[in-house]
Design a protein. Structure first.
Length: 256
């Protein structure tokens, strides 16, 4: 086994297998998207679980990697279990709805769909609260068993991730990914981002990948605390500017 995965499994066995399962599911969804051409809201029915599971797998492994920097083993176990439970439930619902040919989010067309939609958002709220607690714990722990600049990279990456998770609540309140228009409008291939209206999925994507981007930048690129602080602040500011443009219903994707 690759040394990285050996170390990852050693650090957090539960999240190692959780992340691996998500990646494997995404591969199966890729296969289903090739042989099955049914669509949901204008995109292949299996694109959404493919994207969600692949992204969640990477985030899960990143989360597993940094959690061992916390000194409280009990807290690490609790946070890992919550992460595993919430992401597994969300994955299950998204997969189920893909096989049923129904939208997973904002779908209240039947009592069953409405129940699944409510469970999705409940899991999202629990997950966001868990990330918030994790952020506080990393900031409260003054010392970490790593270099100072990487410690700040961890703190700022998880903080940025937490901030942009609230875009999900924006979509929940709006009951749509779009500021105007309808979700069924055809968007960018595969990603399905809309080029005619403000699309919160783009900001959500930027926010989710702030976690690995800032963490890896603090490990591989920057070697000083002030550098990673400025990088994270720039990331947050640019993200918020794009968020404001989206809220003004200005599309971030050119309409070719």
């Amino acid at each position: 086994m690759n040394p990285f995965f050996v170390e990852l499994k050693k650090r957090n066995n539960l999240l190692f297998w959780n992340g691996l399962l998500q990646i494997v599911i995404s591969v199966f969804c890729l296969g289903f998207s090739i042989i099955e051409h049914s669509s949901i809201l204008g995109a292949n029915a299996f694109f959404k679980p493919l994207k969600y599971c692949f992204t969640t797998g990477l985030i899960t492994w990143g989360f597993a990697w940094i959690l061992n920097k916390l000194y409280s083993k009990k807290s690490i176990k609790i946070l890992s279990v919550i992460h595993f439970f919430t992401t597994s439930v969300i994955t299950s619902i998204i997969l189920l709805q893909s096989f049923r040919g129904e939208p997973s989010h904002f779908n209240t067309s039947t009592p069953f769909d409405s129940m699944l939609n409510s469970i999705l958002w409940l899991m999202y709220i629990i997950y966001t609260l868990m990330i918030g607690v994790t952020t506080i714990m990393f900031f409260n722990q003054k010392k970490m068993p790593t270099s100072q600049h990487f410690a700040w990279g961890i703190r700022l990456s998880i903080l940025t991730y937490f901030i942009f998770l609230f875009v999900g609540f924006n979509m929940m309140i709006n009951k749509s990914h779009l500021i105007s228009g309808v979700d069924s409008e055809k968007g960018l291939n595969f990603l399905n981002w809309n080029s005619k209206h403000g699309d919160l999925r783009i900001i959500h994507f930027i926010g989710i990948f702030s976690f690995p981007v800032i963490t890896m930048a603090s490990y591989y690129v920057f070697k000083k605390k002030i550098q990673i602080i400025w990088f994270a602040l720039t990331y947050i500011i640019l993200g918020l500017i794009l968020y404001l443009l989206t809220m003004l219903d200005i599309p971030l994707i050119p309409n070719f």
